[in-house]
Design a protein around this ligand. Structure first.
Ligand SMILES: [Zn+2]
Length: 198
């Protein structure tokens, strides 16, 4: 178990925590949290850190059906032991770039509209190619980008990879605008993987 980090100072994180603790048991919304943080642009990240790194049980609509997106509740000041963060930020960034910020199971890209959660965007997580329970490691080679829907098993099957000829046919039939969009996406993807190669 990783030791829990203590929160000190008067930064946006401790301001959010103070606000949540003084409103324990009450549903609060994101505007209140942002205000409490001193209108910090990174208030959502700080909130996640309080939950993931400091163990505060801040519940959202993902935990409670009765909460709407943007609503949160802290029901207890009891903290869970923080989960050790075994995948470094660098590894995560590298894997995301290698995979072109695209889910390797269903092909959704970060920021696409989420078909399972109307009004939300696709978010990518780190998935293990060989599961950790089967001895898979947190190494870049064993990691791939998967969307949270595939990660949570909301989509049972990954569609088969498109056949090359069919794929090219589709691309040729697409509008020039879409072809250019694809070109831009490919350029960005391969620039990051193979810097210097033209
Ligand atoms: Zn997916």
């Amino acid at each position: 178990m990783a030791p829990r980090k203590e929160i000190t100072g008067s930064g946006s994180k401790s301001r959010i925590l103070k606000f949540l603790l003084s409103n324990m048991g009450r549903v609060v919304n994101k505007d209140e949290i942002r205000r409490a943080s001193g209108n910090a642009s990174e208030w959502a990240r700080r909130l996640r850190e309080l939950r993931d790194e400091h163990g505060y049980q801040i519940l959202s609509h993902k935990d409670r059906r009765e909460l709407k997106p943007g609503q949160y509740i802290l029901e207890t000041d009891k903290r869970l032991p923080a989960l050790p963060r075994s995948i470094s930020k660098e590894t995560r960034a590298w894997v995301l770039e290698r995979n072109g910020y695209t889910c390797q199971m269903c092909g959704s890209a970060a920021g696409d509209a989420d078909p399972f959660h109307p009004g939300q965007k696709i978010r990518l997580a780190m998935g293990h190619i060989i599961d950790k329970s089967k001895g898979g490691k947190d190494t870049p080679e064993n990691l791939r980008a998967v969307c949270t829907n595939c990660n949570e098993g909301l989509q049972n099957t990954a569609p088969p990879k498109p056949d090359r000829i069919e794929l090219l046919k589709q691309v040729r039939r697409a509008t020039i605008e879409d072809q250019l969009h694809l070109l831009g996406w490919l350029e960005t993807k391969f620039q990051k993987i193979r810097p210097g190669k033209k």
